[in-house]
Design a protein. Structure first.
Lengths: 99, 506
């Protein structure tokens, strides 16, 4: 199968994630969209590893998964704290810092 | 496929990072097991001891140059060691400010204003997780500018960012604002990491290797898909430009600088800038040097709008922390002209500028922690009026930092700006230099306006006072003050040291 198709899927996932971050208002959904972008990058890495015929890209994908897991821990901690003090996880409600 | 080959590590060369990481892990254990009476003192001395030890080890290996310290993943060279030393030094000054635990929440997990929080305050149960978090962030910052492959770069980027997201939310007063800053920093930071990673994937696809020197070789060769290369360079740059706070990726900077506890802002503003620009310089000088004509227009435009936007918007700010945040955006633009220079003079100037700017930033935010009323720090500029009459020494120190930012002669900022703009001019980036000088003049306007406000306006009696700082805060502010003047009057020793040691190995 043509490896380029996986790159198209990866680009599509990345775009969906990026649009989601910009338009969605719930912090958890925004965060899920970021995770989607990270996974799109992972898919690109694995595809390129296949195209280039070496393992560096697959190693990178593993590192990304571990880092993404750490990011979930930190991110959910922050979102839960803010939810407990405001009873809302909307990024629009958090607007004390005005320009 | 040959058998498994065990990796070769040269421990003495990566020891500075390992020392900091070890200290951070010990700090977590101390946090868990030490009794609450001795914990603050124990944590503080452990943190400072670790950082001093790391600095001593950096001094011992100052003449080393090696690309094989960790199987080609990190480069030990003059430029990298200088930036590591700068980061550790700024971290020490930053920890002196952080040591004033008055600024931090006693129990980050408690809801603001809840009975749990009140109980913790009453019983004196003060958590000190800020120290290990600082050390983890410092380790990531030290790894970032010496990484030579995309994997290490990404891991270091996250290692320095994740603790900072948490630290931004630890303020004792205005806790909702502080938590909001943490949320914004986290969401936008994770967003930019995704861009960085996606760019890294395409660079790997283009060159077939994750090492920067391999990418550099592939960039100069003619085979390979140049669309992949352009996508890779573009997305990777977006991720990095976000970290340094360049326009249009700056949206988080004012909010996070304002909402985070001021000592954390001081540490973050100074040390993150060194780490992020260190990595940016290495990636562009080593990896993308041969694609100079592809990325030069892009970075030139970013540098120009960053300088102008930062300087103009800072004029309109009524909050001292937001004003310093916009000034840091303008400085990111000045520093980008050092990246554009792409010559040895540009590298030397950038390192000098980073050190001078970082030290002055630490001092300036250190002074902001001192001006308070009964409800906490005062960041409203109007209430700083007449500070020079109330406490002339503190106002003079703050004025010196502002003059340093503005680039007035006899301060470190002047030498930094002069050398970075002359390096950019030599390499033919005249437009950037002209805009840079113009926006320095615009920026000087709002720095000097604050000085006029402090010294030539009558004070209003509204409970504003300058507290007597603790010994450590005093050491931190005074050493930043002395360095800002010293590097402005006698810059030659440091400039010579930088120009004789600062190289990037490939």
């Amino acid at each position: 199968m043509n490896a380029a198709n996986y790159l198209y899927v990866s680009a599509l996932l990345f775009t969906i994630g990026a649009i989601g971050v910009v338009v969605r208002r719930n912090a958890i959904v925004v965060f899920m969209c970021v995770e989607l972008m990270l996974n799109a990058a992972n898919l690109a890495f694995v595809t390129f590893a296949r195209i280039n015929g070496n393992l560096d890209g697959q190693v990178m994908a593993f590192f990304t998964m571990v880092v993404a897991a750490c990011e979930v821990v930190v991110g959910l901690a922050i979102i839960v704290t803010i939810y407990r003090s405001r009873r809302s996880a909307s990024v629009d409600d958090a607007s004390l810092l005005k320009r | 496929m040959s058998g498994f080959v065990s990796p070769v590590l040269i421990y003495s060369l990566i020891a500075p990072i390992l020392i900091v990481l070890g200290g951070a892990v010990l700090g977590v254990l101390v946090e868990a097991f030490a009794s609450r009476k001795i914990r603050p003192v124990l944590q503080l001395s452990l943190t400072i001891g670790t950082l001093v030890l790391a600095l001593a080890q950096l001094w011992r290996i100052r003449h080393e140059t090696s690309g094989g310290a960790a199987m080609g993943s990190v480069a030990i060279d003059g430029a990298g060691l200088l930036m590591q030393a700068g980061i550790v030094f700024m971290a020490i000054l930053g920890v002196f400010l952080i040591a004033d635990q008055e600024n931090f929440t006693v129990l980050a997990a408690a809801v603001p204003g809840s009975p749990e929080e009140a109980h913790s305050i009453k019983s004196g149960e003060h958590l000190t997780e800020i120290y290990p978090l600082t050390l983890f962030a410092v380790a990531g910052m030290m790894l970032f500018p010496i990484s030579t492959d995309l994997i290490t770069l990404f891991v270091a980027l996250e290692m320095l960012s994740l603790p900072l997201y948490l630290m931004a939310g630890l303020s004792r007063r205005r806790r909702l604002m502080s938590q909001e800053a943490a949320l914004k920093y986290f969401l936008l930071g994770a967003f930019s990491s995704a861009f960085f990673l996606f760019g890294a994937a395409y660079l790997y696809g283009f060159s077939g290797t994750v090492s920067l020197s391999g990418i550099g070789a592939a960039v100069s060769g003619s085979n390979g898909n140049s669309v992949f290369m352009l996508i890779g360079i573009g997305f990777l740059s977006v991720g990095l430009l976000f970290k340094v706070g360049a326009v249009p990726f700056h949206a988080w900077t004012p909010d996070v600088y304002q909402g985070a506890p001021t000592p954390v802002t001081a540490f973050m503003a100074a040390a993150t800038k060194v780490a992020a620009f260190g990595a940016l310089l290495r990636i562009f000088y080593v990896g993308f040097a041969n694609a100079y004509w592809d990325w030069r227009p892009f970075i030139t435009v970013i540098a120009i709008i960053t300088m102008l936007f930062g300087s103009f918007v800072a004029i309109a700010q009524r909050d001292i922390k937001r004003m310093l945040a916009y000034s840091s955006i303008a400085h990111a633009g000045f520093l980008l002209s050092g990246v554009l220079a792409m010559n040895k003079a540009g590298l030397d100037a950038s390192i000098f500028y980073l050190i001078a700017y970082g030290v002055a930033t630490l001092g300036a935010f250190g002074v902001v922690t001192l001006v308070r009323d009964s409800a906490g720090e005062i960041t409203d500029l109007n209430r700083w009026a007449g500070l020079g009459k109330r406490s002339p020494f503190v106002a003079t120190v703050f004025a010196t930092f502002l003059l340093g930012f503005a680039g007035i002669p006899l301060t470190s900022g002047f030498i930094g700006k002069f050398s970075i703009f002359s390096a950019a001019y030599e390499s033919g980036n005249k437009a950037v230099v002209i805009v840079g000088v113009l926006s320095s003049a615009i920026a000087a306007y709002f720095y000097i306006r604050v000085i006029v406000l402090m010294f030539f306006t009558d004070p209003v009696e509204d409970g504003t006072s300058v507290i007597i700082p603790s010994v450590l805060t005093r050491i931190s502010i005074v050493s930043a003050f002395v360095l800002t003047i010293f590097l402005g009057v006698f810059p030659t020793p440091l400039l010579n040291f930088i120009s004789s040691t600062a190289i990037f190995i490939r």
